[in-house]
Design a protein around this ligand. Structure first.
Ligand code: ABN
Length: 182
């Protein structure tokens, strides 16, 4: 009978040691130590603080989305809009080149020179404000590549060109028509 007590003692002792090892004070201290070391070392690891994560994103899958925007006339990133200022007519019931119903194109326009990413050529783009209705309010877009102040009116976008029309001078939205290759 004695051997049975001895065996039970040994098994119990082994179990207790295991439990003590798992939940004991020392193992707790060891865990705390690991946490403290981790907490000190982690902030030292290098990470992108520059706010340029978008660039990294573009280099991977995100680049596709950015490229798609350059092909989409409802997006301000669309390639023809490099010197655009106004509401995009494609978002206002018109199209890239046509004013929405009930509005007419301004008699005077301004031009931009924009790079077409598809063929690598620069195109002369004429921007016409569409006039006769109040502000469309959709897809406001303002890009200023090669744009110049009012003393160079032909490349100045920050003005309501509907003022040049004899009818209504209310500005609604803006179109972008290719008029030449630069
Ligand atoms: N050329 C677009 C525009 C219209 C009204 C006011 C500013 C700019």
């Amino acid at each position: 009978m004695r051997w049975l007590f001895d065996l039970t003692d040994r098994l119990t002792e082994r179990q207790l040691r295991k439990v003590a090892h798992r939940h004991g004070r020392r193992s707790m201290l060891a865990r705390l130590g690991a946490l403290m070391v981790g907490g000190t070392v982690l902030p030292m690891l290098p990470f992108d603080r520059s706010g340029q994560s978008g660039a990294a994103h573009a280099a991977t899958g995100g680049g596709k989305a950015a490229a798609d925007k350059r092909d989409d006339p409802t997006q301000c990133e669309y390639w023809r809009y490099c010197a655009f200022d106004g509401y995009i007519c494609s978002c206002c019931g018109g199209t890239l080149t046509q004013c929405p119903p009930g509005t007419e194109a301004s008699k005077v326009s301004w031009v931009g020179t924009c790079l077409n990413p598809k063929d690598g050529r620069n195109y002369l783009v004429s921007y016409n404000d569409c006039c006769g209705k109040g502000s469309c309010g959709n897809c406001l877009c303002n890009n200023n590549e090669r744009e110049r102040p009012g003393y160079r009116l032909g490349v100045h976008n920050d003005i309501n060109w509907c003022m040049a029309n004899s009818g209504s001078s209310m500005f609604h939205c803006t179109t972008a028509v290719i008029v030449g290759v630069a």
